[in-house]
Design a binder for this molecule. Structure first.
Ligand SMILES: C[S@@+](CC[C@H](N)C(=O)[O-])C[C@H]1O[C@@H](n2cnc3c(N)ncnc32)[C@H](O)[C@@H]1O
Length: 288
């Protein structure tokens, strides 16, 4: 039984970090004219209402999107991500002004949809019985989006290699199961065997109960080539409570992605870690 609902966390600092990295990866894919595919194994509901009871319960967006929305001097990739947020709000009939927090927060599928070009397509997986129908409704009339209800890890078997031979997979689980890391490593192995040149981005929380170092070790031990890791933490790593930060493993990142990402991460870190207790880091787990 899945109990995680992303609506409680939508727009928090970890979401902003993930969605800015996603924006950068899709922008890099769009530098060539050829079409690409975006596969999102754990897609969520697609969009979130920041006025909802769930979002207002802990107001996580207040230390996330609210800290970058309307802030002058944002690096270009952050500005592009904010454009995706603004576009969703404009399309939903909300006047978007720079000062207030936007009402609608786009999940990874909506961010990606904003960046897709004519000829690109996306495949979204979602298992939760409440989230999956919302996702299906969100993209019901959209011919470049395929929503698959069920275990998103299976998409790496059923949809790889893609006909386009270019694109990326986002693996963004809720880490509710103890064996989540086993599933990630197995899915990555399966994906790489079928499509070695694809970009794979895996999000994880930095918190005591999720052993990120074990995930790193196992991805390295699997012989995965070209693995970049980015982490943004707002609390010290040894803080025993809650989520101290978020990380992403990026397999086969675009050329010079590390150099592009460092200043962006540093800007986000300055916005989010106001008490300077955490860190921002981009490093190679397996060098190019
Ligand atoms: C962190 S949320 C996804 C957020 C989304 N990627 C975004 O950035 O907007 C994780 C989602 O994965 C779903 N989920 C959990 N296990 C799954 C599985 N095995 N296959 C597909 N979806 C799953 C949960 O219901 C939840 O909606």
């Amino acid at each position: 039984m899945l109990s995680y609902r992303h609506a409680y966390h939508a727009g928090n600092f970890a979401d902003v970090f993930k969605h800015v990295v996603l924006t950068m990866l899709l922008q890099a894919l769009a530098r060539k004219d050829k079409p690409y595919v975006y596969i999102d194994t754990h897609a969520g509901a697609g969009r979130y209402d920041l006025h909802s009871e769930a979002a207002r319960k802990h107001r996580e967006f207040a230390s996330g999107i609210a800290r970058v929305w309307g802030v002058p001097g944002a690096p270009a990739p952050v500005a592009a991500y904010l454009e995706a947020v603004a576009a969703l709000n404009a399309a939903s009939g909300r006047a978007v002004d720079a000062g207030a927090t936007p009402r609608w927060y786009p999940g990874s599928p909506r961010i990606a949809r904003h960046l897709l070009r004519h000829g690109d397509r996306m495949v979204l997986g979602e298992l939760h019985s409440s989230e999956a129908p919302l996702l299906q409704r969100e993209f019901a009339q959209d011919r470049c989006v395929q929503v698959v209800r069920g275990d998103g890890y299976h998409l790496l078997k059923s949809h790889l290699p893609p006909a386009e031979r270019r694109g990326m997979v986002l693996i963004d689980p809720s880490y509710e199961r103890r064996e989540e890391i086993d599933h990630i490593v197995a899915a990555l192995r399966e994906g790489q065997q079928r499509w070695a040149t694809g970009i794979y981005a895996i999000w994880y929380p930095v918190m005591p109960k999720v052993p990120a170092t074990a995930l790193h070790r196992r991805v390295i031990a699997a012989g995965t080539p070209k693995v970049l890791c980015a982490e943004l933490c707002v609390l010290p790593d040894d803080n025993p409570l809650g989520m101290n930060g978020a990380g992403m493993i990026i397999v086969n990142p675009p050329f010079q992605f590390d150099a592009e990402l460092r200043p962006v991460l540093s800007w986000l870190h300055q916005r989010f870690d106001v008490e300077r207790q955490g860190r921002a880091e981009v490093r190679w787990l397996v060098p190019e």
